[in-house]
Design a protein around this ligand. Structure first.
Ligand SMILES: Cc1cc2nc3c(=O)[nH]c(=O)nc-3n(C[C@H](O)[C@H](O)[C@H](O)COP(=O)(O)OP(=O)(O)OC[C@H]3O[C@@H](n4cnc5c(N)ncnc54)[C@H](O)[C@@H]3O)c2cc1C
Length: 286
């Protein structure tokens, strides 16, 4: 299907993009176009003007700023898969990037686009939640940082205001050895997560689990941290039984989605199994 007619503007700086957002009729930012163009073609979205930000060089790439890993919003899935700083400090994101859609989607799609789109079956929400990231957003009023725990507000709904542009994702680099893993059961047709689980663990000096950050995507209508599972494992010796017990809490307090891709009971079972696998793998890597 063809989209409704729209105007097109290309921004070469963040300020230019913000100015277009303020002046154009029913504007919408265009990054990789891998989610926006399909919904426009289905006529589920009808923006008046597309503001193409894909050429804003400042928004692409990964760098260190002191003890923070800064990922530009336009960094593509392929960039994340292959970037040495990501491999060193946040390999969980490279692991997630590797299983996003197909090669074309990974070459065009961006991490900023994924987070702004807030699809409950997208992969990175689980990654950035487990890594305790913040999201930087800029508007004519200035910049603000939003903890990811407050960023995903509901089905396809983020904390971004209409006049805001997501500029970067910031991940604290901690001075501790961490093991991390991302595990996913993909929809065989689209590649999206039926369930995706991110786990980040630290070990204490006596070999017990210092901390666990466990986050899930695809299960509910918004990605979440499984705090009951995290609390169940913290301070325990990392035995297979303790991990299985903790993982059994992965969907506590959440109503799993029940749709044509997977019934709720199946989703819940897969979530607990993938949580166990993600925690075990993270422990092996810690
Ligand atoms: C066949 C197919 C398979 C896919 N499989 C997966 C998968 O397995 N896992 C997965 O996670 N995703 C998957 N995706 C989605 C893909 O990851 C997209 O790249 C992503 O959802 C959107 O990123 P984008 O850069 O393409 O954003 P766009 O499509 O350009 O934009 C998406 C939305 O975000 C807004 N936006 C974009 N950038 C910004 C910004 N910097 N600031 C504020 N708002 C912004 C846009 O206005 C729009 O509303 C798939 C897509 C396709 C087509």
């Amino acid at each position: 299907m063809h989209p409704y007619p729209f105007a097109y503007r290309r921004a070469s700086t963040v300020n230019e993009a913000l100015a277009f957002l303020a002046s154009e009729e029913e504007p919408k930012l265009l990054a990789g176009g891998q989610s926006l163009l399909p919904v426009m073609k289905l006529r589920l979205a009808q923006p008046g003007t597309l503001i193409d930000i894909s050429e804003i060089a400042d928004l692409r790439g990964v760098r260190l700023d002191g003890d923070t890993l800064v990922i530009g919003a336009l960094t593509t899935h392929h960039d994340l898969e292959t970037d040495p700083l990501i491999a060193k400090h946040a390999p969980l994101l490279a692991e997630a990037a590797r299983v996003v859609g197909d090669q074309q989607v990974r070459n065009r799609g961006t991490i900023g686009g994924v987070l702004a789109h807030a699809d409950p079956a997208a992969d990175y929400p689980a990654g950035v939640l487990a890594l305790e990231a913040t999201v930087a957003a800029t508007s004519p009023d200035g910049e603000r940082e939003i903890p990811v725990t407050e960023f995903f507000q509901g089905f396809m709904t983020s904390a971004l205001a209409e006049n805001e542009l997501l500029t970067s994702i910031r991940i604290p680099i901690l001075d501790v050895t961490r093991g991390m893993s991302y595990q996913k059961l993909a929809n065989p047709a689209s590649g999206y997560a039926i369930v995706g689980v991110g786990a980040v663990v630290t070990l204490a000096a006596n070999g017990s689990v210092g901390s666990l950050k466990l986050s899930l995507t695809g299960v509910g209508d918004v990605a979440y941290r499984a705090t009951a599972a995290e609390e169940a494992l913290a301070g325990q010796q990392p035995t297979a039984e303790a991990v299985k017990e903790a993982a059994s809490h992965a969907v506590e307090g959440v109503e799993p989605l029940d749709d044509l891709h997977a019934p709720a009971a199946y989703r819940a079972k897969v979530a607990c199994n993938l949580a166990r696998r993600a925690i075990m793998t993270a422990l092996e890597r810690a």
